[in-house]
Design a protein around this ligand. Structure first.
Ligand SMILES: NC(=O)c1ccc[n+]([C@@H]2O[C@H](COP(=O)([O-])OP(=O)(O)OC[C@H]3O[C@@H](n4cnc5c(N)ncnc54)[C@H](O)[C@@H]3O)[C@@H](O)[C@H]2O)c1
Ligand SMILES: Nc1ncnc2c1ncn2[C@@H]1O[C@H](COP(=O)(O)OP(=O)(O)OP(=O)(O)O)[C@@H](O)[C@H]1O
Length: 522
């Protein structure tokens, strides 16, 4: 009798589902709750005590399982938050605590690691983040170290990174003091004196000596400009130049003059590039800026992005005038935008603990979790710190930085946000719901996107439009603000550049002005 009853009501589309109101559907709750509802709606429900008993038992089991799933997700989110806090704290300590300055004991050691000899580098571990951490703590010349290393290096033969100083631009004036949020609550009135994000100015304290030029591949105009720029930087500015291995090969095919141009052999050398390079120049479009950012898994040297693409949201410098721009940038001060990045961890269901195997991935625009080639709806459970946010049912979800707000997130209906606003955009892609508006969350949160066990298909994560990774049911992606922003040089300042980009790049709110000629209010 029971199986007949179950069959007789299957396919009833009006079956209510108590969880759909807040969008939460537990991986364990679907079958039992639906079955229970069907059973309860059956006309024979009062006549079969066993069946009712059975349905009650199923409901209890479903609830218990859902609680377990929620508990697990919440514990994982909490662990991720602690990990993030720990990383931030450690980054802060490295920056401010003089006792953690460097494991190098004397200047000779310091000189040693600053030369280009890879044999001088400490042995590097397998994981990229570990390699970075080792480099950070033992080489001691990450950007935060550079900030306090103001000593002159004129009498050293070694290649050193130029030191620089950052300061806030305050109402058009410059102040050397770091200004943090100051909240006063005198007489019970809460007032904030300073807000954290300001226009930042970079002033060189010693001359920049080494530039890295990154170029969009397969472009003849970029190749020509790159060769011309290298000659100028060498002859007029006496700078050391690094390029990618393929670019060096192209340059040497053109002329043996470019023999002085340096490059790297493997990923381990890329991991320490930030210790050698004072400035990064990109020749291409926004994709080349994303590429440049992705090369630096930790601190990023200031980037000067020249526009040789079609849209150029993050590339304010016109390549025709490169000499004037570089002249003034090498002298300083430079107005820079600190573009926040997101740090993403893929956590496999099979992993025994958080962050077990996979390296974190840093994104400048966004991480997207979508349905890939699957034709099924994605079903993504989202948590913010320990709170349940929602269940995304649609094509997917974009977690974007404010720099990325004008990229994919914009196309999916997200707001455009000034890049200096510290926040994380939570933008659904084609949600199958009438009321799913995008959110903007504060920068301090940790987001967790979980593929539930009952998902019909895996989801796919991609990072700044690249590196697709499959997320199987049970896998999760954890994302928080990275401690290493991408400093990009501004043509004017971050606000002027942002507004110019949305006007010129997107033709934002372009409309013919209404003519004067017509009806008027009397
Ligand atoms: N439907 C969409 O709009 C869509 C779809 C996929 C990827 N994307 C974007 O493309 C980015 C990858 O860029 P790519 O150059 O490597 O790929 P690409 O060559 O496919 O170019 C994508 C376009 O997005 C623009 N773009 C990139 N970052 C931007 C930003 N921060 N603000 C405004 N426009 C931006 C680029 O200028 C380019 O025109 C991804 O991070 C994603 O944001 C957008
Ligand atoms: N140095 C590089 N090495 C490998 N790939 C790169 C490099 N620089 C850029 N790319 C890739 O090349 C693609 C195109 O780059 P980019 O967006 O800069 O040029 P574009 O498409 O001509 O510009 P726009 O998007 O403004 O039209 C991007 O997918 C980017 O990831």
């Amino acid at each position: 009798m029971a199986p007949n009853k179950l069959n007789s009501s299957s396919g009833n589309s009006s079956v209510p589902c108590s969880q759909s109101e807040n969008g939460f559907i537990s991986s364990f709750s679907l079958f039992p709750e639906k079955a229970v509802q069907e059973l309860l709606q059956s006309p024979a429900q009062g006549s079969d005590d066993h069946l009712i008993e059975f349905s009650e038992a199923l409901r209890t089991v479903a609830k218990a399982l859902r609680r377990v799933a929620e508990g697990k997700a919440s514990a994982q989110a909490e662990a991720a938050e602690w990990k993030r806090k720990f990383e931030l704290e450690r980054a802060r300590n490295l920056q401010f605590d003089p006792t953690e300055k460097s494991s190098l004991e004397n200047q000779a050691d310091l000189d040693d690691v600053r030369t280009n000899n890879p044999a001088n580098h400490p042995p590097l571990s397998k994981k990229a983040n570990e390699r970075f951490e080792r480099c950070c703590s033992s080489n001691g010349i990450c950007s935060h170290e550079v900030l306090r290393d103001g000593k002159s290096d004129s009498d050293s033969k070694m290649v050193r990174k130029a030191s620089f100083k950052l300061s806030w631009h305050c109402k058009g004036e410059q102040s050397d003091q770091h200004k943090h949020d100051v909240v006063s609550f005198e007489k019970g009135n809460i007032t904030t004196a300073e807000r954290s994000s300001k226009q930042i100015s970079l002033k060189w304290e010693s001359r920049p000596q080494t530039v890295l030029i990154l170029t969009k591949p397969n472009s003849a105009s970029v190749q020509i400009l790159c060769a011309e720029m290298i000659r100028w930087l060498r002859q007029q500015k006496k700078l050391n130049v690094y390029v990618e291995p393929r670019v060096r090969v192209d340059l040497l095919t053109e002329s043996s003059y470019f023999n002085f141009v340096e490059t790297w052999k493997d990923d381990e050398e890329v991991m320490v590039l930030h210790t050698k390079v004072d400035l990064v120049i990109t020749l291409g479009g926004d994709g080349t800026v994303l590429w440049a950012a992705s090369m630096f898994k930790g601190p990023v040297p200031p980037i000067v992005p020249f526009s040789l693409g079609s849209l150029g949201f993050m590339t304010p410098f016109y390549s025709e005038h490169y000499k004037e721009y570089l002249d003034s940038i090498l002298k300083g001060p430079i107005s820079i935008a600190l573009r926040h990045r997101l740090q993403c961890h893929v956590i496999r269901d099979a992993a025994k603990n958080e962050y077990e195997a996979e390296e974190p991935i840093l994104v400048l625009n966004e991480v997207t979790i979508d349905r890939g080639i699957s034709s099924f709806l994605t079903n993504l459970e989202c948590y913010c710190d320990n709170s349940f946010v929602t269940c995304v049912q649609g094509d997917g979800l974009i977690l974007s930085t404010t720099s990325g707000s004008t990229a994919y997130s914009l196309a999916a209906g997200g707001s455009m946000v000034h890049p200096q606003v510290p926040g994380i955009l939570f933008t659904p892609i084609c949600p199958h719901s009438l009321s799913f508006r995008p959110l903007i969350l504060p920068e301090h949160v940790t987001l967790r996107v979980q593929v539930p066990f009952n998902s019909r298909s895996p989801a796919w994560a991609s990072f700044d439009g690249k590196d697709r990774k499959q997320l199987a049911p049970g896998d999760a992606l954890v994302c928080s603000m990275a401690p290493w922003p991408v400093p990009t040089a501004c043509l004017v300042d971050s606000t002027n550049d942002f507004l110019r980009s949305i006007h010129e790049g997107l033709h934002w709110n372009l409309r013919k002005t209404q003519s004067f000629d017509g009806p008027r209010e009397s």
